[in-house]
Write a protein that binds this ligand. Structure first.
Ligand code: SF4
Length: 538
């Protein structure tokens, strides 16, 4: 067949990644049908997957840390932008000790691989199984969290207790190289992947820009900005568009050409990237609490499409920017070098920060509500005292009790509730990484619980449905936003005690009582019907 009928859809060019060598073992040179091949033993795949998910749970790419530091150096960054960026850098320093993972949601293990035509495995163990073994070892041996739920029936689920299954996608490539991208994708971040089935009508500036502004604003803050934002326009199918979004947000397609050709390969539109990046600065949400750093960067990729379809995909890589490349060649097993010394990005001398308003939580709910009522939305707080922790399953169980005619437990009425679920507790510490989860998932419970005296003060991340604002106004409630992302810092420095109160068998979904000290939070919704995020994007 003439070669001009084929061109790679993603001509990413030479790989400029800096790798470190893990091992010489498990790779042999050989020959099949007179052609040179490399034989990759399952042990090499297990080693690569194990080290990849270990490194990426604790270490960031250097570029990501440079971008956080850039926020500190920008005189136009808002005070809240610089506060969040500094907390994230401190988080990176703690996580780099490899005890506390950077985020409590240690993600779904995702592996995208290209196996060259001269790479041969040749054992009874499938590559997926060898890779899964490495993932299993990291998740069970490190202080990570198990987030995967196996369906037992349509409605019953059980945690698999090891974070498997992973999502493993191996494609054919060419040559004698086996190339990998490992992604540990958090649930909050994955939930911000969107597909819009558009038409040719959107392929002009006047239509595209307002469309993107609307969709980008709707992403909100629940996936812990600043984001690496990816937009893909076109695609040979809906799933091809969304897969490209994920790869683009992971920086995997950065070296695509900047123009298309008549055979239909992918390209980056750098001019549109600049325009959309400026748009993200004007959205107003900033790095979670107002400002201009909603995004670190933007990638806009154009794909070929069927004439009757124009899928548009939008997604983010969150503040746990866990993407790492690997490769196996005849020279051995290699993993992308991540940053081992994040402390070099901290300001010197250390930045001094105005303290938030100190809030003593160890007093009656009435006193606490009265104190919060005296501060406007956007106020930064520093919380100390006892908090109840409950998230999705605990809320569903409490609602079931109410349906049976029961009441909310007293502890739920007398304390603020933090929507969160911890990673494993490292030996010798009070808590594991323990940052907030996405508040929006608990929105449906708020009006009922608040009427019964529960959830009067809620602490989590991201924006809420308007019914939560209305309920807070009607019931004298508050929603406080905690910084999403720096869970190692919160778990190690701000949580001094964790005890299980109910549903211990649910693991990270149990109800806990925690004691916090100088725990940072912002007033997002108040008892007067104000919503900080609604005001920020007006
Ligand atoms: S940084 Fe936020 S969105 Fe990302 S994994 Fe952690 S909690 Fe989820």
């Amino acid at each position: 067949m003439p070669s001009f009928f084929y061109q790679p859809l993603f001509p990413v060019g030479p790989d400029t990644t800096v790798y470190r060598k893990l091992s010489d073992e498990g790779v042999e040179k050989g020959e099949i049908f007179g052609k040179p091949v490399i034989r990759v033993a399952p042990e090499a795949l297990t080693l690569l997957a194990r080290e990849a998910f270990s490194d990426v749970s604790f270490l960031y790419r250097t570029r990501h840390l440079e971008q956080l530091r850039h926020i500190l150096d920008d005189p136009e960054a808002s005070k809240n932008d610089t506060y969040v960026a500094l907390e994230m850098l401190k988080n990176a320093v703690i996580a780099s000790e490899k005890i506390f993972p950077m985020c409590q949601d240690t993600g779904t293990a995702t592996v995208v691989a290209k196996k060259g035509s001269q790479v041969y495995s040749g054992t009874d163990v499938s590559d997926e199984e060898a890779i899964s073994q490495g993932i299993f070892e990291t998740y069970t041996e490190k202080n990570l969290r198990y987030s995967q739920l196996a369906p037992l029936s349509l409605f019953e689920e059980k945690n698999t207790g090891c974070n498997l299954p992973a999502q493993i996608d191996i494609q054919n490539g060419s040559g004698a190289s086996y190339d990998f991208l490992f992604i540990a994708k958090g649930g909050g971040s994955a939930n911000k992947s969107f597909l819009f089935q558009e038409t040719k009508a959107i392929l002009n500036r006047q239509s595209l820009l307002p469309f993107l502004k609307d969709k980008i604003t709707a992403i909100g803050t629940s996936a812990c900005p600043p984001y690496h934002l990816a937009i893909v326009i076109g695609g040979t199918s809906a799933e091809a568009t969304l897969k490209t979004v994920k790869l683009a947000s992971a920086g995997y397609l950065d070296n695509l050409p900047e123009k298309g050709n008549a055979y239909g390969h992918a390209f980056r539109d750098r001019d549109m990237e600049k325009e959309v990046f400026q748009m993200t600065r004007e959205v107003g949400l900033g790095a979670q609490f107002g400002g201009k750093y909603f995004c670190h960067d933007v990638r806009v990729i154009r794909l070929p499409r069927h004439g009757a379809s124009c899928p548009v995909g939008i997604g983010v890589s969150c503040s746990a920017d866990r993407n790492i490349k690997g490769k196996i060649t005849e020279e051995g097993v290699f993993l992308e070098q991540l940053e081992n010394e994040p402390a070099r990005f901290l300001p010197d001398p250390p930045a001094t920060d105005e303290p938030g308003v100190a809030i003593d939580l160890n007093r009656s709910m009435g006193d606490l509500l009265a104190e919060l009522s005296g501060h406007p939305v956007g106020t930064r707080l520093s919380l100390s005292g006892e908090i109840i922790v409950a998230r999705d399953i605990a809320h569903a169980k409490l609602a079931e009790e109410l349906e049976k005619g029961g009441d909310l437990p007293d502890y739920f009425k007398n304390h603020m509730v933090y929507y969160a679920g911890p990673a494993k507790t490292p030996e010798g510490h009070a808590s594991g990484s323990f940052g907030p989860t996405t508040a929006g998932r608990m929105d449906p419970y708020v009006p009922t619980f608040q009427k019964l005296g529960g959830s009067r003060i809620m602490l989590a991340k991201g924006n809420r449905a308007d019914k939560v604002r209305v309920s807070c106004k009607e019931n004298g409630g508050f929603y406080l936003g905690s910084i999403g992302g720096p869970a190692a810092r919160l778990g190690r420095d701000c949580i001094t005690k964790v005890t299980v109160l109910a549903y211990e068998e649910l693991g990270m979904e149990a109800i806990f009582k925690i004691t916090v000290k100088d725990f940072p939070a912002f007033i997002i919704i108040d008892d007067k019907g104000n919503d900080f995020y609604q005001q920020a994007i007006m």
